[in-house]
Every structure is written in structure tokens, then in C-alpha cells.
Design a protein around this ligand. Structure first.
Ligand code: HEC
Length: 719
């Protein structure tokens, strides 16, 4: 009797209902008006930027549309907040944070790794932490969780995962040990070091916080297990072992007992989550050591994969390995984008993963089936002695790569300085293919070792278009025998320096050209022995800790930096493992003597890729060098870090470039509509939000990479 219920409502009741209904609509309209203003703005939950890169899909997308193509010229600074703690003198501090904004409060992280909350309408500080043992690690942001009892901010600092009261910034004592848990516990293996930080925001699923970690890239790296903890108690709920135990699937893709002597395969780049289906998508890192895998023969599952896990249990649903037996550190660098596309006439929920080498891999989100064909292609196998490279690697047929991928003589730019000598160097180098095992000779990565795409990630819109920033500079490295000092002579400072420090700080302590690894010449004039001891025991920014080498050895290295010679012990130290017979000579960007990349521009790009068809819509150079523009050379693009933001009004907001600019771009055409100079380079991803009907866009201006000056400001813009 379907109708009987309805018949019971008499006439008067109907009228009451109607009046009630009108009332509800009126109140609704009033609330709408109060919260979002009367003009232009769509009513959506888009007022908040509630998690890393905007939402669980990591779309970098907002439904806000008050700022448009038509009014963009009126965009101006609304407020600035100095978050404090920048290393202005040394220009070494950075801010990589994508801030979140919840109900008019912005939560971000300062250059010296302190969390803060400010009023998102004026930048007035509400609270800021004073966490001392944060390891000086850079942070990409925080995670918000709220229920009836509490609102909390989760924050990874050094080896700690903190739960802070969102209203006060105080640790919530009922979580873990007095408000924090030690992420290192459970990741140790024999001979592993101390370096672990969860610097990319973690992901909430119901009452779980799902965590990935960053670990070191050397043979002493910790395990990269993915874990979920209870948001209230901090208790471990599940673990997914990215390097399997005996008897588990994937175990046979390694040399025996890999968990005893291999670390890494960690989810460092962030993850995306489909909360409706309860699936979390996690890119995994390469196994450590990065550039030699003779001690981990096989494909090495689940390193350098895209993993789909059941968010409630940590069970693997499907995976796709993007690189077999990764010996290039070509692990996916950013969270995947969850998108919806039309594929063969059907609407498909998909997941798209961008990579350092310029690929986009697109899969059905549920089945893991590729939406465009992926071919296993043959590559060079002439690895260094002891190495067994994979004979094939997966190459997507579509979309076309968003960067160039091989570097040859014809790729030197027309204005490169000293071309003849560079050509000579290139002729002795290993180059010309995307996957060449690193050898004793200079081996070229193109695009460079950290991308291609980088941790700033890509934006995606509801039309299925992906907007990917990328850089295109050749980087070179070499493998040399590891100096393990097996002879019986004492370990001198020079020897220890060569063993542990030279790969990044250079043979003669000169650092590298782009300043990402600082020169240590004259460091004794800048820093005290104690502060260097501190850096060695805790690590700093991109520098791993050296707590795994003995205190005596550290003292000898420091003496060496202070130009005093001393030595320790005889021969090999116990803590030095010998599984890896090689070390690499650093990540060296290839610049000419005028400090320009040696390759033909563009050196940085933004590409719009239609994931429905796999076709590129447009590509523009991202960033410019004024000195070259003045000479009449068109915009070259620059090296970049950080990602875009795309809004419902068709605008892309992006900083990321070395030229310290912030740009607004038309998403249809790639045309630059507006730009402004930032107080320091915005090597981060902007966020957008609305309070009281006003839309804001905010970007962290931390500089401090690529020889840019450091800064501590968050700058918010509005009309
Ligand atoms: C994996 C690369 C890497 C290795 C290996 C490495 N460092 Fe570093 N180091 C860095 C980076 C990157 C920085 C800059 C950190 C920052 O400020 O963000 C740095 C900074 C430093 C600083 C501070 C310099 C300054 O001017 O502020 C000192 C001192 C230092 N390293 C010493 C060492 C010593 C000694 C070793 C060997 C035991 C070593 N490093 C090994 C990457 C490395």
C-alpha cells in the first residue's frame, strides 16, 4: 500500500508542511548569503581547504569562483604572515607547506618546522608550537581531524608524529606517549640508521591516520612500511610491508630475506584516498641504496609502485610497478590524482600517477586496469659489475611524456658556453635512453634525478584535465667503489669524509653548483663544532642524520672540517655495512659556466593533459630568466618545486619557479593572465578558501632552494 501514508496527511497538514518548507528555504538562503556573499561565489564546501592538496583526491581543485579572468587584474595582497625561523643568512631554510584552512583558520608550518594557526582573514597568529626535537626537517603540511570530542592537528616532526589540539596547539596527552608517537619504532632492521620523518601530510580514514614516511636513501635506510594508527590513542592498527616477509606475496622478487638488509620502498610522496570506496592509493619509493641493486636481485615488489590498499585493513587490492628493479631513484614523486574520465564512451573513476621521468600512468581506480596501453619495452642492461638490471620497463603508449627524456649532442642549447668541451664530456658519458644503469662513467638523467614532475604534484579538474608542472634539466652522476676502508690503516677525517659526505658535499667540500648541497669550505667560520655534531646526529632538511656512525668517527670528520687532522680506530668500523660495493657522486645538475642549464629550453614547463583522450592540450614554459629575456631569448622556463591550484572559474594559480613569481594562467589556453613578485620563491603549492564570502589564495614563500633567498612569509591574495 504505497499510497496509504500519503493519504493520512490532511489539508491543513499539507499547508503547514509548505510553510515549513518555505521557512527552511529562506533560512538556507540566508545562511548561504552570510557565509559566501551574494555575488558570483558558488555554494560549496569549497570554502575550506581541508586537507593536503585540497581533498582526498589530491585534486588541487576548488569550486570557488569569485576570482575570475575578468577581475584578476584587481587581485592584491590581502595579508602577509611571517612564520619565523627562516635562515636568512645562509639561505638554506625552505617552506614546502601546502597550508590547510578550516572554518576561517589557516594551519601551516614555518621554515624551522613549527606548526602555527592564524586567522585566515588577516594573518593574525592564534598559536604556534615550540617543538625542539623536530630534526629541522622540512614539512609539507599538517592533517586535520575532528569529531564531537576534539579537533586535532597531526604533524610529523623528526621521528615524531604529534597530535595537537587544533584550538591551542598543545599536544593531546592521550595520544601515544604524551601527545606523540615515535615512528621509528617498528621500522628498524639490523644496521639501520635513525632517519625517519613523516613530512608529507598523512591521511585520515574514519578513525585511522594512515602514514607514509621518508627514510634515508643509503644502504642503512629504515624499512618503509605503511602504517595506520588510531587517531585517538595512537595505537598501531595495521601495517603493510612494502618489502615482504618470507611467505608473503612479492617476497620472491628480492634476494632472500630482504627485510634484513634493504630499507626504503617507503611512501614519502603522499597518498590519495577514495573515502567512498575505502581505498587508499600510495606511490612507493625506490629501495635503498638508490643506484645499485646487486644485493636485491629481482623486480623488488612493492618498491616504485602505485599501490591500492584497503584503507580499513591495509590489505593490498592491486598494485602496478612503474619501474622494475629501480636503480635510478625514479620513484613516483607526488600523490596520484583521483579523476573521473570518459574512456571508450564510459565514465570511469580513475587514478593518474605522474612520474619523475615525465610519464602519466592512468588506471581504473577499482580494478587497476590501465586506461591506456602500457608496453614492456627493452632497455640497456649493461650495469656496473654485480648489477642485474631489469631487461624491460613499462612505458605508457599514451599520454605522450610531458618532458623530453633523452639527452644527446643536438640537445645543447644554442647559447651554451664552452660547447666544444661540453660535447667532449658528453661523448664519454652514458646517455641517450631513459633507463641506462648508472656506470663508472658520467651517466645522464634527463629529465633530472628529481624530475620531471616533483613533489608539488599535478592539479586535476572535473573535466579530467591534468595540469602538470615539470622541469627539464640534465643531471649526472657516477658510481665509484664505496670507500669502506677494509685496510688496516686508521680512519682519517679525509677517509671518513669521502665515505659519508663527499657524495653530496663534493670531493673538495665545494658542494654542488645549484646550492642544493652546500659548500662546507669555511664552515668552521659559520658553525660551531657542537652545531655540526647536532646536524650529524639529527639531520637537517634534505640532509640525513649520521647517528649510525660512531661518535668518535663524527668527531674525526668534524676535526677534518675544522682543518685539523685526527683519526680513529683501525680499519673497518662495525657499523659500516658492506652490502653495497658502490657509492654515487651526487646529483649534479649540468650547468654551463654562466650557470644556465646546458640543454635547449624549456627548462621548466606546465602541461595540460586531457586524460579522457590522452592528448596534450597545451604546454607553456613556466618561469623566466630576466637576463635572457633582455637579450631577446623567449621565456625559457626555470627549474621549479611546488604545484598548481585550479579553480572552477578556469584559473590556474602557480608559483614554483626560480624567478620568485606567482602566476595566474587561463586553464583553457595556457595564457598567463596575471603575475606578481613574491617576497621569496614560492616552492610550494597554493591553497584557496573563502571566509565571509571572500575568496583568498595563499602561498608559502620559503625560497631556499636553487640558490634562491630564504623567506618565512605566507602571502594571501584576494580581490
Ligand atoms: C644525502 C646528501 C648529504 C650527505 C651524504 C651529507 N650531507 Fe650535509 N647537507 C646536505 C644538505 C642538503 C644540507 C643542507 C641542509 C639544509 O640546511 O636544509 C647539508 C648541510 C650540512 C651542514 C650545514 C652547512 C651549513 O652551512 O649550514 C653541515 C655542517 C653538513 N651538512 C655536514 C655534513 C657532513 C660532515 C657529512 C658527512 C658525515 C654530510 N654533511 C653528509 C646533504 C648531505
Amino acid at each position: 500500500m504505497v499510497n496509504s501514508g500519503r493519504d493520512k496527511i490532511g489539508r491543513t497538514n499539507k499547508r503547514t508542511l509548505l510553510i515549513l518548507l518555505i521557512g527552511v528555504v529562506l533560512v538556507g538562503i540566508y545562511l548561504l548569503y552570510r557565509n559566501f556573499g551574494s555575488t558570483n561565489t558558488q555554494m560549496t564546501s569549497g570554502a575550506n581547504w581541508s586537507e593536503y592538496y585540497g581533498d582526498g583526491s589530491r585534486s588541487h581543485y576548488s569550486t570557488l569562483s569569485q576570482i575570475t579572468k575578468e577581475n584578476i587584474s584587481k587581485l592584491k595582497v590581502a595579508w602577509e604572515y611571517s612564520s619565523g625561523g627562516a635562515d636568512i643568512k645562509g639561505n638554506r631554510s625552505q617552506i614546502q607547506c601546502n597550508p590547510i584552512i578550516i572554518n576561517g583558520i589557516l594551519y601551516g608550518v614555518s621554515p624551522n618546522t613549527q606548526v602555527f594557526a592564524v586567522d585566515a582573514t588577516n594573518g593574525k597568529e592564534l598559536w604556534k608550537t615550540n617543538i625542539t626535537d623536530n630534526g629541522g626537517t622540512s614539512s609539507r603540511g599538517v592533517t586535520y581531524y575532528a569529531d564531537n570530542d576534539s579537533k586535532r592537528i597531526f604533524f610529523g616532526a623528526g621521528k615524531w608524529l604529534y597530535a595537537l589540539n587544533a584550538e591551542t596547539g598543545e599536544p593531546i596527552s592521550t595520544f601515544g606517549e604524551n601527545g606523540r608517537i615515535n615512528l621509528k619504532v617498528g621500522l628498524e632492521r639490523p644496521g639501520s640508521d635513525d632517519y625517519v620523518v613523516s613530512n608529507t601530510p598523512n591521511t585520515i580514514f574514519k578513525n585511522l591516520i594512515i602514514t607514509g614516511v621518508r627514510v634515508s636513501e643509503s644502504e642503512t635506510a629504515l624499512l618503509g612500511d605503511i602504517r595506520a594508527f588510531n587517531v585517538h590513542s595512537g595505537k598501531l592498527v595495521w601495517t603493510f610491508k612494502t618489502i615482504p616477509e618470507k611467505g608473503e606475496e612479492g617476497y620472491n622478487t628480492w634476494s632472500p630475506e630482504p627485510r634484513k638488509y634493504i630499507g626504503g620502498a617507503n611512501c614519502w610522496a603522499g597518498m590519495a584516498i577514495d573515502r567512498k570506496r575505502g581505498i587508499v592509493y600510495m606511490p612507493t619509493g625506490s629501495a635503498a641504496f638508490d643506484f645499485y641493486g646487486g644485493n636485491r636481485v629481482g623486480n623488488n615488489l612493492y618498491a616504485s609502485c602505485l599501490l591500492a590498499l584497503d584503507a580499513a585493513t591495509g590489505k593490498r587490492l592491486w598494485h602496478y610497478q612503474l619501474i622494475h628493479h629501480d636503480i635510478w631513484d625514479r620513484d613516483p614523486p607526488a600523490p596520484p590524482n583521483l579523476v573521473t574520465v570518459i574512456s571508450k564512451g564510459k565514465k570511469i573513476d580513475a587514478v593518474a600517477q605522474i612520474t619523475k621521468q615525465g610519464f602519466v600512468f592512468v588506471f581504473n581506480r577499482v580494478t587497476g586496469e590501465p586506461l591506456f596501453k602500457i608496453e614492456e619495452k627493452k632497455f640497456r642492461m649493461d650495469g656496473i659489475a654485480g648489477e642485474y638490471p631489469s631487461p624491460t620497463q613499462p612505458i605508457p603508449v599514451k599520454p605522450a611524456p610531458f618532458t623530453r627524456q633523452t639527452f644527446t649532442e643536438k640537445d645543447f642549447n644554442t647559447f651554451v658556453a664552452d660547447k666544444d668541451s661540453l660535447v667532449k664530456i658528453l661523448r664519454g658519458a652514458r646517455t641517450g635512453s631513459i633507463y641506462i644503469p648508472v656506470g663508472k662513467e658520467m651517466t645522464i638523467f634527463y629529465p633530472g634525478s628529481d624530475g620531471g614532475a616533483q613533489w608539488g604534484g599535478a592539479a586535476s579538474d572535473p573535466d579530467g584535465i591534468l595540469y602538470v608542472p615539470a622541469k627539464e634539466l640534465p643531471v649526472y652522476t657516477t658510481l665509484i667503489p664505496a670507500k669502506k676502508s677494509v685496510d688496516n690503516t686508521p680512519l682519517t677525517g679525509v677517509k671518513l669524509y669521502d665515505m659519508y659526505c663527499a657524495s653530496c658535499h663534493g670531493k673538495n667540500r665545494i658542494g654542488n653548483r645549484d646550492g642544493s648541497y652546500p659548500s662546507l669550505q669555511g664552515v668552521e667560520k659559520r658553525l660551531s663544532k657542537e652545531s655540526i655534531q647536532n646536524i650529524l646526529s639529527k639531520g637537517k632538511g634534505m640532509m640525513p642524520s649520521f647517528s649510525h656512525i660512531s661518535n668518535e668517527q663524527r668527531k674525526v670528520i668534524i676535526d677534518f672540517l675544522f682543518n685539523k687532522s685526527s683519526s680513529v680506530g683501525q680499519g673497518r668500523s662495525k657499523s659500516v655495512q658492506t652490502n653495497v660495493p658502490y657509492q654515487h657522486t651526487g646529483y649534479n645538475r649540468w650547468y654551463d659556466k654562466n650557470d644556465y642549464p646546458v640543454n635547449t629550453p624549456p627548462w621548466g614547463t606546465l602541461t595540460a593533459i586531457d586524460l579522457n583522450t590522452g592528448e596534450h592540450k597545451w604546454q607553456i614554459p613556466l618561469g623566466e630568466y630576466k637576463a635572457l629575456m633582455d637579450k631577446g631569448i623567449p621565456a625559457t622556463g626555470t627549474d621549479n618545486y611546488g604545484g598548481p591550484l585550479v579553480t572552477a572559474s578556469g584559473l590556474i594559480f602557480i608559483a614554483a619557479t626560480r624567478d620568485e613569481k606567482f602566476r595566474v594562467i587561463d586553464k583553457q589556453t595556457g595564457k598567463i593572465l596575471w603575475q606578481t613578485q613574491l617576497p621569496a620563491a614560492g616552492y610550494a603549492t597554493p591553497s584557496t578558501y573563502a571566509v565571509n564570502g571572500k575568496q583568498y589564495v595563499v602561498i608559502a614563500c620559503g625560497g631556499g632552494k636553487l640558490k634562491s633567498k630564504s623567506g618565512d612569509k605566507y602571502v594571501a591574495f584576494s580581490l
